[in-house]
Design a protein around this ligand. Structure first.
Ligand code: UD1
Length: 350
């Protein structure tokens, strides 16, 4: 069976994707620095999968290392070759992801997200592994209307984090554009990934303060936070609060599997593809749904708009549907139920 290197594989989206890859029989090599995640996510994956495969451990190679160090990346390729499990493709999640942090620490963000990816590409080229799925974001888009965002929309990031994602896409596209390039590259532009695996064993585990809406919903529900502040009640949307495309992390993980199948069978190329549901949900609607589905109360009050926020960010996902043969299967109720289940089972995270 094929071997895949998953950088950042113990994080939120990485761990759910590893689970799906393992279910399909792939061998996985995970390179992770654990600066914002825990190896416990992999222990939990083993617990989930042991029921179907008692030897699942043999398919998982977890290696501590940082993409900022080229030698750490080389080490993984070296190990895989020694084990006779040549890495066929890379899913590249490793990176920093807080917008507010990126404004405070731009150098750290450029170093991790951009220099780290350049290191990875150099090593991949050296080991003749030229297939990569890159974890990009809808944050690359310019959005000023209530139109669905398709891949040909203008890109114009508005914070350092977004710029690092956009820059990596650009570097990968340059690599692909060379004459006789053998690289197969897919950049997956995520909308708002939320929820958790339905087992309640793995989920989002933010270290420190959560800025995004979803972890705050579950924190309020469990009593770790007193209420939610809604940023703005006067957006040009149907109820005045911001509208986003919340996608269940398991749908996203399955999107990676579909993209991997696509990547490995197609000719060398570069593609950017949205992973979203195409359905918008407002902050108020999200809170109300969470309350109803889980029978909990979420106190909230309104605050001014957050700097840099947009009214409406929703995917046109037709390219993913047609090219990858992928369709999201879970709705906003599933998101609310599964994320709450994870939080209840893990009140202190991992
Ligand atoms: C944020 C990032 C984006 C990243 C995405 C996924 C920003 C500006 N953008 O998107 O780059 O890809 O997370 O991690 O941070 N909201 C509140 N109160 C809160 C928090 C959020 O009302 O305490 C509202 C926001 O105004 C927005 C919606 O909830 O309308 C979603 O916000 P959030 O979860 O932070 O995600 P995004 O800002 O869409």
């Amino acid at each position: 069976m094929k071997s895949i290197l998953v950088t950042g594989g113990t994080g939120f989206i990485g761990s759910h994707t590893c689970l799906v890859l393992l279910e399909k029989g792939y061998n996985i090599f995970i390179l992770d620095s654990f600066i914002n995640s825990s190896s416990q996510s992999i222990e939990k994956i083993i617990l989930i999968l042991n029921e179907i495969d008692k030897d699942i451990n043999r398919k998982i190679h977890l290696i501590k290392g940082d993409i900022k160090n080229q030698s750490d990346i080389e080490n993984v390729f070296h190990i895989s070759n020694k084990l006779n499990k040549k890495i066929e493709a890379v899913i590249h999640f490793a990176g920093l992801k807080s917008v507010s942090d990126s404004v405070l620490n731009p150098i750290t963000y450029w170093e991790n997200n951009v220099s780290g990816t350049i290191n990875l590409c150099k090593v991949m080229e050296k080991y003749k592994c030229k297939n990569i799925l890159f974890s990009s974001s809808a944050t690359v888009y310019k959005s000023e209307s209530n139109k669905l965002l398709s891949e040909d929309n203008i890109c114009e990031p508005y914070n350092p984090y977004g710029y690092t994602k956009f820059t990596v896409e650009r570097i990968l596209s340059d690599i692909s554009n060379r004459e006789l390039s053998e690289w197969r590259i897919v950049c997956l532009r995520y909308f708002n990934p939320v929820g958790a695996h339905k087992s309640g064993y793995i989920g989002e585990n933010p270290l420190g303060k959560a800025n995004n809406i979803y972890p705050q919903l579950t924190r309020v529900a469990i009593g770790k936070q007193s209420k939610i502040y809604i940023f703005g009640s006067d957006w040009p949307t149907y109820d005045g609060t911001g509208v986003r495309d919340y996608i269940h992390v398991m749908d996203l993980a399955e999107g990676h599997l579909s993209a991997m199948n696509y990547l490995l069978k197609e000719k060398p190329q570069f593609k950017a593809i949205n992973l979203g549901t195409g359905i918008g949900t407002s902050v108020l609607e999200f809170i109300r749904t969470f309350e109803k589905v889980n029978n909990v109360e979420i106190p909230f009050s309104f605050r001014d708009r957050r700097k840099g926020d947009k009214a409406f960010l929703v995917a046109d996902n037709s390219l993913a549907k047609s090219l990858l043969n992928w369709t999201p299967k879970r709705n906003i109720e599933d998101i609310c139920r599964d994320g709450w289940n994870w939080q209840k089972n893990n009140p202190y995270g991992f």
